[in-house]
Design a protein around this ligand. Sequence first.
Ligand code: ATP
Ligand code: MG
Length: 341
Amino acid sequence: MVRLADPTHVASEDATTPDARKTAGAARRQQRLWYHLGLPVPIPGRMPAPRQSLAGGEGRRVDYRKKFVVEPDSKVDLARVDPKFTGKLSSEADAKAELDAHCERFTKLQYLLYADGTQSLLVVLQGMDASGKDGTVRHVFRDIDPQGITVRSFKVPTPEELAHDFLWRVHAAAPRRGSVAIFNRSHYEDVLVARVHELVPKEVWSKRYGRIVDFEKNLVQSDTHILKFFLHISPEEQLRRFKQRLEDPARQWKISESDYTERDYWDDYVRAYEAALEKTSTERAPWFIIPSDHKWFRDLVVSTIIVDTLEDLHMRLPQPHVNLADIARKYHAADAKGSLG
Ligand code: ATP
Ligand code: MG
């Protein structure tokens, strides 16, 4: 666990006026809480060092956000991204300790997000069938307090949903302040499956990219942080996973023939994904292309990017809104006496 400093090093004796002493005392209490939460303690004038994955091996660090982000207005060619990429790591065992550490930190950061209550996080998961959207939810979010998180899986729209604009059902599922929302599939289906299968004419879906960018900008301006992950798998890996489902009685119920027939449209989906990633990756709502043939690498990268993003917010626990000394004096005086003897 990274601890940058022991808060007891931050002294309030230097503060000369009563007001300054009070402020220094509050800062010290805040830092002590921070320390007990296992988070890097911010020292005035010193920012925590950016956290990066150790996956480069041999001490070389990899910044997954930089490595896998789709730069705004850049060209996307998915054929150039190897879905089997794992950097210098070669097995799940190499990644396990780091994933465990991220899950632990994510729990604490989510607690701060909730306590702070002013901002939220939206995680969008997209990918072909069997790319691992459900698995990512299970593994990366496994330790999060269920009270602070919502998961919404977007399926074929209902008649009620179709009677509204395509963003209606999505907006209603956006995270409330203080919480995390996961979209398992999302409004992007309306420029993916809708485009590939011509569910609406081109003049309709082609205008949706701009509407999506505007919609996400609106969320960002309402203090929602947005991270969008495209789980990139190869067609061979997809077929391998389908076969595993076929052979596993516990998962046979998941199989549908359309999963197989949809493979005929693979290239069309690739083109639709490339267009969506190019047109809607923005600085404040970026897309990341995650090599996902190896599930453990996918989980490691997604968790790293989420934790790094939340740590960059430098969230603080809110100050207590009561006078703690007064409360202790009023209601715990008997305890104090008891403990004294
Ligand atoms: P699983 O991995 O369990 O199969 P899934 O997300 O593929 O999960 P399904 O119920 O198999 O879930 O499929 C949901 C389907 O809903 C997908 O084929 C998806 O393309 C479709 N869908 C989602 N949103 C829309 C939309 N806006 N318009 C049309 N189809 C949509
Ligand atoms: Mg499916």
